[in-house]
Design a protein around this ligand. Sequence first.
Ligand SMILES: Cc1cc2nc3c(=O)[nH]c(=O)nc-3n(C[C@H](O)[C@H](O)[C@H](O)COP(=O)(O)OP(=O)(O)OC[C@H]3O[C@@H](n4cnc5c(N)ncnc54)[C@H](O)[C@@H]3O)c2cc1C
Ligand code: SF4
Ligand code: SF4
Length: 427
Amino acid sequence: MTDADPKARLDAIVEQGLCIGCGLCQAVAGKDVVRVVKTASGYLHPVVVGELEAAQVDRIYEVCPGTRIEGLPERLLDEETRVDNVWGPWQRIVRAWAADPEMRYEGATGGVLTALAAYLLDSGRVNFVLHARASATEPSFGDATISRSRADVLAAAGSRYGPTATLIDIDAVLSLGEPFAVVGTPCDLSALRNHAEFDPRVDQLVRYWMTMVCGGFGAPETTLAFYQRNGIDPAQVTALRYRGRGCPGPTRVETAQGAAEYHYLDYWGDDESMWGLPFRCKICPDGIGETADIAASDTWPGGSPNRVDSETDPGTNGVIARTRAGAELLAAAAQDGALAIEYDITADDMSIYQPHQMHKKYAVWARHQGLGDAGRIVPRTARLRIEELAAELPEATNRYQRDGTRRRIEAGKATLPTPAMSGGGDD
Ligand SMILES: Cc1cc2nc3c(=O)[nH]c(=O)nc-3n(C[C@H](O)[C@H](O)[C@H](O)COP(=O)(O)OP(=O)(O)OC[C@H]3O[C@@H](n4cnc5c(N)ncnc54)[C@H](O)[C@@H]3O)c2cc1C
Ligand code: SF4
Ligand code: SF4
């Protein structure tokens, strides 16, 4: 593949279903060369629009979270760090929620990420927060955004399950030269940690790394199917709020005709087998945010809400503080009244709340072998313990996962067309 022409090499990441649309390759190559836009497939993907050089693609392969995903840098482990084989490095794990009732209500789960982001701003620890809010142009997508106030942070609360290019403007964000916090998906954070090896501004300026535990984003096909099932014309949708305002809170669709509310399960389905995820998420070696200072999750036993309890659930996050910085932030935010900590929990509790994460962490090494068997790009991984976890499984289980991935690829279920601009995406 390294002999292939640069455009073909970048296209291959998309065609092989490994691109999550984080936007970093646009920042690396420059907007005149690569644009991450909504393509004809409905996803946010890079389209080559200028002369892409071999050295730029080499760099993209080093930083792209489709091709390289590694765990927490070793320098961030210390004598307080414990490492759970499934849940990774941690210093403290708690159940918690935002102390401010409005934040708890507006947040996707218990508003912990919003409360911590606001606390970082209020306490002057950072000048701004890079995260995501509902897209101004594509109702199901997210847009990268910079928040400098509590109100900005609150306005971006909730989960953006659709494609979201959090890192698309990272070069301009770093050029501001100000200390900031980042909230992104685990793969956004992996990408930014990779980028830190080539751009020293990342480690100088990013003071806090925060993420959500992430089972996968909503594929555009999933959102379209949801609209179809409910008789909604996608062309008429002006706003989509996936969750928040309770836990999980309603999935609210606005059209010119008015608003309608659905249950979270109406979007995702009643169990994990129904989740319509992009291929990359099915082979994700780090949905648990191993490179973050803080990772926040839901706390529904079994991984999904039930329709009855969720009517009144005010929201409680599982919160993993992985680093010294994360543990200190958690303690300070609780001490200063920004966060309510209910009680400490363990990595095993996280597996009760997130069985899908545990299963994927065990299965993913064999799935990566299946990628190799099919002649596909195998993402480079390190410090994620996936081979050790696979070694705990019976050989037949690993074989099943490995062959399943290869068969999926051979059946064309993990292949996307060469990315091309859709109308209107080339601003
Ligand atoms: C794609 C996706 C998959 C998820 N899968 C799981 C799962 O498997 N298990 C689980 O427990 N929880 C999952 N969640 C996380 C869950 O929905 C909550 O985000 C999490 O519990 C934090 O809740 P909170 O109330 O603290 O968040 P909030 O206080 O609402 O804060 C959320 C923060 O995340 C930012 N954000 C939201 N979406 C994105 C995005 N796409 N890219 C970058 N930043 C974003 C917002 O800007 C905001 O700052 C997922 C979230 C997403 C976006
Ligand atoms: S995952 Fe990010 S860096 Fe990789 S190809 Fe997609 S947009 Fe570019
Ligand atoms: S499951 Fe993995 S690849 Fe998919 S959005 Fe989440 S962190 Fe990214």
